[in-house]
Design a binder for this molecule. Structure first.
Ligand SMILES: [Zn+2]
Length: 334
């Protein structure tokens, strides 16, 4: 079997399909993990810099006994409640990579050297990334129940800390974006005259419908955003899109994001996992609006239609963020 560097588990910040060969990110001052498949006799080392002849920027340490593997086990343990499928594959060598000094987008190179043939049988690019801290506000829409009392629009239990944990589980290993929570107060939409107007109804009053159209309510919600957070996402039962007449929605969607107004909407889907997945997808439309360091495109990051493993696949099927998008849009702090 040809030797190759592999991710330890899905979406952990190793991009096996990066242009030019496998690549990974390591947080500045932190650690990430990678495995080597089919290279039991190879010497794994950081490649010397052509200029300085030193081995710069990163350290790579093989996790070859129980004590050292503990570091990886600790990380796995921290993820188990959210991702029980995280298992460390056997039959491969496992390494911890430490990011001591950032070294630009090209990063440093790890090589698996074969002393017998004196060839390099596998390579790995390692990019050290500084954190990009972002604050998100998550606010549940509040409507009125049958008895006319304020009640959450979604019946799903609202667990902001858990949703935050999911966001960081997806974003931090792959981009070193570190999300914190802003306001988690409910957002009342109780003014029935304003609701009727937003729905373009002839009736003077209306209650919030089960499917809330982003296009009809975004202006009302823009005034309710947490200005202390970079982005506010409103959570509700169902989200609609479009401006049909008589207040109906053109189509139901999982979520929407307006990267100019810094607000989004996410539907609960009766499923915490799906909810978190959609939340991460919509948030990433906003996060990826930075085209380069310092430049911002307010249209947001586009959906990618090809690969359901990707976070930005339309519909948000997967969680993968390729390294190229990380460096170009999500976190250019290399
Ligand atoms: Zn999308």
């Amino acid at each position: 079997m040809a030797a190759a560097f592999k991710e330890v588990w899905k979406w952990s910040g190793v991009d096996e399909n990066a242009a030019g060969g496998p690549a990974m990110i390591v947080p500045f001052g932190g650690v990430n993990f990678v495995q080597l498949e089919g290279g039991s006799a190879l010497v794994v080392r950081v490649k010397k810099s052509a200029k300085t002849k030193s081995r710069p920027n990163i350290r790579i340490v093989e996790l070859d006994d129980g004590a050292k593997l503990g570091e990886l086990a600790t990380r796995r343990q921290a993820q188990m409640t959210l991702r029980p499928e995280c298992n460390v594959p056997g039959g491969r060598r496992t390494f911890a990579v430490y990011g001591d000094i950032p070294a630009g987008a090209q990063g440093a190179e790890v090589e698996a050297y074969n002393p017998g043939t004196q060839s390099v049988d596998a390579r790995l690019r390692v990019v050290v990334l500084k954190p990009r801290p972002v604050k998100i506000s998550l606010r549940v829409l509040q409507t009125v129940d049958e008895a006319g009392k304020p009640a959450p629009h979604s019946k799903l239990k609202f667990e902001p800390e858990r949703l935050l944990a999911y966001l960081n589980l997806i974003l931090t290993p792959q981009t070193n974006i570190v999300v914190s929570l802003g306001s988690t107060k409910p957002t009342p939409l109780l003014d029935e005259a304003k609701i009727a107007k937003a729905l373009d109804l002839k009736a003077p009053k209306a209650r919030l419908p089960e499917v809330v159209s982003f296009d009809r309510f975004k202006d009302l919600l823009a005034g309710q955003r947490d200005t202390d957070a970079a982005c506010t996402i409103f959570l509700m039962k169902k989200v609609g899109s479009g401006l049909n007449q008589n207040g109906s929605v053109s189509r139901e969607v999982l979520g929407r994001m307006d990267s100019n107004l810094n607000i989004g909407m996410v539907a609960d889907n009766d499923d915490t996992f799906f909810y978190a997945r959609t939340l991460a997808h919509e948030f990433a439309h906003f996060l990826g609006r930075y085209s380069k360091k310092g430049e911002t495109t307010y249209t947001g990051f586009d959906d990618l239609h090809s690969d359901p493993d990707q976070l930005m696949h339309q519909g948000g099927a997967g969680w993968r963020i390729p390294l190229a998008y990380c460096l170009s849009n999500f976190n250019p702090n290399y």
